[in-house]
Design a protein around this ligand. Structure first.
Ligand SMILES: NC(=O)C1=CN([C@@H]2O[C@H](COP(=O)(O)OP(=O)(O)OC[C@H]3O[C@@H](n4cnc5c(N)ncnc54)[C@H](OP(=O)(O)O)[C@@H]3O)[C@@H](O)[C@H]2O)C=CC1
Ligand SMILES: Cc1cn([C@H]2C[C@H](O)[C@@H](COP(=O)(O)OP(=O)(O)O[C@H]3O[C@@H](C)C(=O)[C@@H](O)[C@H]3O)O2)c(=O)[nH]c1=O
Ligand SMILES: [Mg+2]
Length: 298
């Protein structure tokens, strides 16, 4: 199977490249050749790649910066995503698209289900919600996977940030009133492969299409996530810091973030047979890899 993937250096794109089984060839469609801001380049590259399916893993993901770059965020996350979906539709292939917990306002007291009302608090979330609609409109043969709190050995993410900060700080103040489920990009990649196989195997099965929630099992808050990161790091001889639990109101940021980011993943399990591992089980190997990479660089 040939699987086109947008982006090359992103956390999910690199995880798809690393985890691809022997029968799946990944064709990266990435900048500078393929920029999601150029719909024609997207369509031409996809036609040339002749894939069996496409995963749109590229996105504008700078949550705070998006507040002052709304137009760019929408060009990439809305128009760009729509262009990928439309190009897939013209080729007669399914599109798997990644979306986010930040489409919700976080005011519910239980994990969010796919059909719960959306209400993004910031530009990034709004651009991703608009992207979901553009993908659905561009290609009925789609699976939109909302994930959250993605971490990995690659790129910028909370685990890497914590390890970097702990090298120079004894104590870090971390918010404890935003709850969610850390999701390991390598686990997400495995889940994506299963979803793609299901879509290709059952082209007429409407239950496999639509929106699905895909996050790591278990939940925590950012402070709890930081504490777990430092416990793993200390075990492996890496840097650690004390975590001071603070309220969001004491950590001002440009974008507001949902207090409750937990997503109910039952639909994905029931229809696609996909359940990601517990974030606590995946975290140690991520921390080990990040520490090993730091030792090489230092
Ligand atoms: N990170 C997170 O915590 C979460 C992410 N998501 C979603 O999951 C998906 C993957 O996220 P993740 O892997 O973390 O993202 P990253 O920020 O790690 O990577 C995104 C990649 O998108 C590519 N990209 C950005 N702009 C463009 C453009 N104009 N044209 C082409 N490529 C572009 C870049 O690839 P390159 O460097 O190769 O140019 C970049 O590395 C996204 O849809 C994101 O919204 C959902 C929930 C949480
Ligand atoms: C660095 C730092 C962050 N924080 C807070 C800020 C924020 O509320 C939380 C996490 O910080 P981040 O900047 O990693 O969070 P953020 O970039 O908002 O992460 C989000 O990225 C996008 C792409 C998504 O789709 C979301 O699912 C989510 O993963 O921790 C602290 O309280 N103390 C700190 O020292
Ligand atoms: Mg960030």
């Amino acid at each position: 199977m040939r699987l086109a993937v947008t982006g090359r250096h992103g956390q999910v794109a690199r995880s798809l490249l690393e985890r691809a089984p022997a029968d799946i060839d990944i064709v990266p469609l990435a900048r500078p050749e393929v920029d999601l801001q150029q719909p024609r380049a997207v369509a031409e590259a996809m036609a040339a790649a002749r894939p069996d399916a496409v995963v749109n893993a590229a996105a504008y993901t700078a949550v705070d910066l998006a507040e002052t770059e709304a137009e760019l965020a929408h060009r990439i996350n809305e128009a760009g995503a729509g262009a990928v979906a439309a190009a897939a539709a013209r080729l007669g292939i399914p599109v798997v698209h990644l979306s986010t917990d930040y489409v919700f306002d976080g005011s519910l007291s239980r994990p969010y289900r796919e059909d719960d009302e959306t209400g993004p608090l910031g530009v990034y979330g709004a651009s991703k919600l608009a992207g979901e609609r553009a993908v659905a409109a561009g290609n009925p043969d789609h699976a939109i996977l909302r994930t959250a709190w993605v971490y990995s050995p690659f790129g910028k993410n909370f685990v890497r940030t914590m390890l970097t900060l702990a090298e120079t700080r004894d104590e870090l103040s971390i918010v404890c009133d935003q709850r969610g489920a850390p999701s390991y990009a390598l686990d997400i990649a495995d889940g994506i492969f299963t979803v793609v196989r299901n879509l290709l195997a059952r082209p007429d099965d409407a239950a496999l299409r639509g929106v699905f929630h895909m996050t790591g099992r278990g939940d925590t808050d950012w402070a709890g996530f930081a504490e777990a990161i430092f416990a793993c790091s200390a075990d492996a001889g890496g840097p650690a810091a004390r975590v001071k639990r603070i309220a969001t109101s004491d950590y001002p940021t440009a974008a507001r973030r949902p207090a409750n980011s937990r997503l109910d993943t039952a639909r994905l399990a029931a229809r696609h047979g996909v359940r990601l591992p517990d974030w606590r089980d995946s975290l140690p190997s991520c921390v080990d890899r990040l520490l090993a990479a730091r030792r090489v660089h230092h």
